[in-house]
Design a protein around this ligand. Structure first.
Ligand SMILES: [Zn+2]
Length: 405
């Protein structure tokens, strides 16, 4: 069996590690994750690595090199509900395959390689994100340990039941000294590579993201008796903002703006909407551009409220800065893609990844693999063995090109 066929088969095996028999649902610190760990540790050891599990539940495998420095490779093993097979696990499997190749050839590089299989990136069980990489980077908020899952089990209890000690998570922080960087292989989760006819792509930046909530308060009234010129309809105002967000996104390349949540009150067919609460999510690889567009949208919303005589309330929900991938790693990945006979293409990534957290401790780089229709977080996630084979070759070539310091 080829390395890529092995990776595909392993993703199938992990797909069977699930809480729900008919679909893939593999939350943090679950029995499904426990069985995934049995397989993944075995594959890591077979590739010549020593394997340890830290207190949050990350698997950390090491393949020693001849020098002092270490390159980190990895992705996450947890999933969303009713997930596909590849978001997360594929990156871990490709990393193991690259190390397996070195091991089979009896090769040691000038640097060690650590393959990280993160415990939780999606946050399905506790509504958090990046638990695994945050613990690794020493950035876990201790208050998170008090969070409860839907059955009332706290994160601390879940960690204990999984065999970890929540009190010792702080000691698991990986020192940032002598790291060459963190490289993550992941499915694209978008349609660009497919449209360009390319098996892999190099991420230039992970988009920054701002999410705000806006409340328009007007006046509810009878849909039959209040004349149109007397209305203070909160929904017609919100509709203008929804369309303004869409229009704003067309003014900047690669900017995306989404109104994904909109609540109408009282929400009755014969009552003029008195109050509307909605969110706007704006993302771009350049924080300055994102801020400018967000500000413009907000001032537009204020103008609309003024003109329609509505009260407006603006609540910032979250803001994450964009993460630039390291030019040095982008350059080496570009060379590796070229050396494997493919056209290198850089793209911005709109979704969050463990690399966001890892950028707090070291340089990060990401390699995307084409996925069918750009579909992810869905059982229909699909990649080809051929593309996986290319990704393994590119990662292998990247390891050969990476300087030891
Ligand atoms: Zn992922």
């Amino acid at each position: 069996m080829s390395a890529a066929e092995t990776v595909m088969q392993r993703c199938d095996v992990l797909g069977a590690c699930t809480e729900e028999p008919s679909s893939i649902t593999r939350p943090f610190a679950s029995d499904a994750m426990r069985s995934a760990h049995v397989y993944v540790s075995e594959w890591m050891r077979a590739a010549g690595m020593t394997v340890a599990r830290d207190n949050i539940g990350n698997l950390r495998a090491r393949y020693d090199g001849t020098g002092e420095t270490t390159l980190l490779l990895g992705s996450h093993l947890d999933s969303v509900r009713d997930a596909g097979r590849y978001d997360g696990p594929l990156g871990v499997m490709v990393a193991i395959a690259a190390v397996q190749r070195l091991h089979d050839e009896g090769k040691r590089l000038g640097f060690g390689i650590e393959v990280l299989a993160f415990a939780d990136e999606e946050g399905l069980r506790f509504g958090t994100t990046y638990l695994g990489s945050r613990a690794f980077a020493g950035r876990l908020d201790p208050n998170d340990l008090e969070r409860a899952d839907s059955t009332g089990v706290s994160m601390a209890e879940a960690i204990r039941a999984f065999g970890g000690d929540p009190a010792r998570i702080g000691q698991d922080r990986r020192p940032a000294e002598n790291l060459l960087g963190y490289v993550e292989v992941h499915i694209e989760q978008g349609p660009v590579l497919e449209a360009q006819g390319l098996p892999v792509g190099i991420v230039s930046a992970i988009a920054g993201q701002a999410r705000i909530e806006i409340v328009f308060a007007g006046e509810a009234g009878h849909a039959g008796t209040v004349p149109m010129d007397r209305r203070r309809d909160a929904l017609t105002a919100a509709s203008e903002v929804v369309l303004a967000a869409e229009a704003a996104a067309t003014t900047e390349e690669a900017l995306v703006a989404t109104v994904g949540k909109l609540e109408v009150e009282p929400g009755v067919a014969n009552v003029i909407p008195g109050r509307v609460t909605f969110t706007i999510d704006v993302r771009h690889g350049d924080d300055a551009i994102r801020s400018r567009v967000s500000e413009a949208l907000l001032s537009r919303a204020r103008d609309i409220a003024r003109r329609r005589k509505l009260a407006i309330e603006v609540r910032p929900i979250s803001e994450n800065a964009a993460v630039r991938c390291a030019p040095r790693l982008i350059g080496l990945l570009t060379q590796a893609v070229r050396d494997c006979g493919q056209r290198p293409l850089q793209l911005t990534c709109g979704a969050g990844h463990d690399a966001v957290v890892m950028s707090s401790m070291t340089d990060v780089g990401m390699l995307f693999i084409r996925c069918k229709g750009g579909v992810s977080h869905n059982p229909a996630e699909s990649v080809t063995t051929q593309d996986v084979s290319t990704a393994i070759d590119v990662l292998g070539r990247f390891l050969e090109l990476l300087p030891t310091k």
